[in-house]
Design a protein around this ligand. Sequence first.
Ligand code: HGA
Length: 604
Amino acid sequence: MCGIVGVLGRNEVAPIIVEALKRLEYRGYDSAGLATVNDGTLDRRRAVGKLVNLSDHLVHHPLAGKSGIGHTRWATHGAPSVANAHPHQAGPVAVVHNGIIENFRTLREELTAEGHEFQSDTDTETIAQLTCKHLAEGHDPREAARLTLGRLEGAFAVAFLFRGENDLMIAARKGSPLAIGHGEGEVFIGSDAIALAPMTNRITYLEEGDRAVLTRGSVEIFDAEDRPATREARTLTADQTRVEKGGHKHWMAKEIAEQPVVLADAMAHYLTADTFDFPPELPDFKEIDRIVMVACGTAFYACLTAKYWFEQLARLPVEVDVASEFRYREPPIGPRTLAIFVSQSGETADTLAALRYCRDKAAIVSVVNVPESSIARESDVALPILAGVEIGVASTKAFTCQLTVLAMLALRAAQDRGTLEAPALAAHVADLRALPAQISQALGAEDRIAAIARRLAEAQDILFLGRGAMFPLAMEGALKLKEISYIHAEGYASGELKHGPIALIDKHVPVIVLAPRDGLFDKTVSNMQEVMARNGKVVLISDSAGAAEAGAGTWEVLTMPRVAPVFAAILYAIPAQLLAYHTAIAKGTDVDQPRNLAKSVTVE
Ligand code: HGA
């Protein structure tokens, strides 16, 4: 959340910064802004709402300069407004920030008492005002920034620009990600490498507590103890930073369509012809008695699904928790515990904090889409999901890739623990390998799904039901719908319906029943009948056998390809995603940038 960019360039930086912000807009779109130094003069432009408003503003009020910083905001402190938009300026210093300054009230009171006048409601402005104070006390910009950073509590990635300093930018990170990009006689900073991809693929990731003093010809890095530090510069491949819509109308549509390919890539990475290919550091699951899985949002539902696999296939007990609860509950973590953290960005603030809680208590495995991320780097073993860059705020391909990697991990656990005989294991692997083709087939139902979605778009409330591993998918389907169509939706375990939610059912409430023809089908169908008996409008999603058996009398039936029951949740994610997507289209909401949301949740 919140994207920051900085450039000490050879050419005018405003267009470069706007382009980089475009690539970071998935992190927030409450406001955008940039500041430059031009012949020593510090000036800024800001606009509320999406980046396009800033671009329009710049047409009439251009901003010259070869040094600049930019920001796209997801507000935490202070409403979206021009006054609260970054960069925040206090006298000779401008600041952009991603994160939360937790002691901002104390700092603000102190500075106000000393006569500093605040222009915004943000926590961020305290950084600018404090630095302004240090400059007024006679410190040079480097020292002023250092003193300021020493007083900040909370999480931040921050960049400073100073009046009169055409060739100086200071950047720091603690808790929020920040990358430095190296050019020829130019230097860049960005919240991620994707933002910098048009300018450079030579990237240095700052580590926790690092401060970087940048000029066009030098990069000096100081660690959390203020000692000079060396950080490796790596060259990223085009794949790691490619962001193109490829002819699709929305990122979400593109990312849904990519799933057969990216799932196959993930499988190719971890499966050889006859065995698994996980990093050698992965613990032997024979040595593990319990798994703890921690994540947020969609990744949390991936973990809940994987619980069924680890427990059924590998006979390993699993606890799943949302990171924001886990991190403050002080859960006991005994020996022989494996802790698995799942996060698309690998920067999710709560998940990272939960991981740090488990450090030295358990073996730590992470399942992430960004291998250079903080969560990946702080894990004993990081398992990339190979989904490719995901831009759509509503996660789709990252979810199914997380599921696929977790399914392979569960099978590897079963192998280590001897809970599946070789032929059964091979059959499960074959079932997984069949999924990309089945997903392609499921994608073929898109027009039919769009027609159902047009009917769903009329509803105020929608329920999703599922049993077994379809239960977490029911919750994920409801989440997807809420996120982008703003229709209230809930996912329930089919058997729970009669314990309360059935009171919601009437002829206006569509109920989406996720029910492949598996061993639990008859039970789920009984619950479906209970809904139909109360005039609920059932959308049954099943295979042809299930549809033939139970489709009569439903409002709609959607037929999916036949799939191995154990991994059906991966396939049935496709109709859940497409239903949400087409319902949002029918309602005319902003699919890729839904209100109030942003991707890569780097604040608590
Ligand atoms: N606290 C700052 C930055 C917000 C942020 O990083 N969000 O993800 C603000 O509210 O502007």
